[in-house]
Ligand binder design. Structure first.
Ligand code: BEZ
Ligand code: FE
Length: 299
């Protein structure tokens, strides 16, 4: 019989798990145990700290509902979501537009709208045009791609936070034969991550401001191409360099132009962004996203 010590418990745990038949599950769990034990040894984790961690994770779980996913928020604020996204980008068949966070405010079944439609209900702060093309990495247009857009209203709130029963400031658009998309929206505002949960408590205990820079989410799907989950970040926002969830990446910063002569809708400020998508690999066909409609995570 073994006498357990800080030095042999890791090997004993991995030995007992060695009967795992799924090879990927075996790899992941062995590594998780090795790193978890190394972390506890490194900080000399006390029983009081261990129970604090258990209570924290319990609060995270209790916070989850059909309209709130606190575990994803935790992953985002710990940089894990962006780590997995950047790892995922390196496995694409082709170097396309990079991934950014899906975030907790994505909704499945966003309504398809007419080309050029306004996605927001209150345009009193002024409209902007979002336009550009979806192409492959050689610049060839992709027709019939589905471009789904969601963002905050001009006051920094998502529809889910204000009118959960109604879609607003979100819409899906089908690209034309030349790969182009165009829609109208309003200028989004940067916002604090939700302040009523344990993740906010963690962020504040760390002395972080808890803000995201103003951004517009995009999800682009096209037959035969890897799904692209990304976002555009508005140039000039004071939090581009210290986004609390590490989504704002330099290559995804977009500028609002006042009078772009090439913009298909005249007389409005506009953002042009051309997205490239990678051909789909066998693994891509099996799907998977860093993020989800909160309702889909309750099943
Ligand atoms: C968002 O962009 O919607 C978001 C992403 C991560 C955490 C909170 C919000
Ligand atoms: Fe967002």
């Amino acid at each position: 019989m073994i006498e357990y010590t800080p030095d042999n418990i890791t090997a004993a745990t991995i030995e007992q798990m060695s009967t795992t038949t799924d090879p990927r599950l075996k790899t992941i769990m062995e590594s998780a145990v090795r790193h978890l034990h190394a972390f506890a040894r490194e900080v000399n984790l006390t029983p009081a700290e261990w129970i604090f961690g258990i209570q924290f994770l319990t609060r995270v779980g209790h916070m989850c509902s059909a309209s709130r996913q606190e575990f994803i928020l935790l992953s985002d604020t710990l940089g894990l979501s962006t780590l997995v996204n950047t790892l995922h980008d390196t496995t694409a068949l082709e170097d396309a537009t990079h991934t950014s966070l899906l975030g907790p405010f994505f909704r499945e079944n966003t309504p398809v709208m007419e080309r050029g439609a306004q996605i927001g209900s209150d345009v009193s702060t002024g409209e902007i045009v979002l336009w550009g093309r979806v192409t492959n990495v050689d610049g060839a247009p992709i027709a019939n791609a589905m471009v789904t857009v969601w963002q905050t209203a001009a006051n920094g709130s998502y529809d889910m936070q204000v009118t959960p029963e109604r879609n607003d400031y979100r819409g899906s658009f089908v690209t034309a034969a030349d790969g182009s998309y165009v829609l109208k929206s309003v200028r989004p505002l940067g916002y604090y991550i939700p302040m009523d949960g344990p993740v906010w408590d963690m962020v504040r205990a760390q002395g972080r401001h808890g803000m995201r820079p103003a951004h517009i989410h995009f999800l682009i799907g096209a037959v035969g191409y890897r799904e692209l989950v990304t976002a555009l970040y508005l140039s000039g926002d004071p939090h581009l360099h210290d986004d609390v969830v590490f989504g704002a990446s330099a290559d995804l910063v977009a500028q609002i132009k006042q009078n772009d002569p090439e913009c298909p809708i005249k007389g409005l400020p506009s953002i042009r962004f051309d997205f490239t998508v990678s051909r789909e690999s066998e693994a891509d066909r099996r799907g998977g996203r860093v993020g989800a409609d909160p309702a889909a995570t309750l099943a």
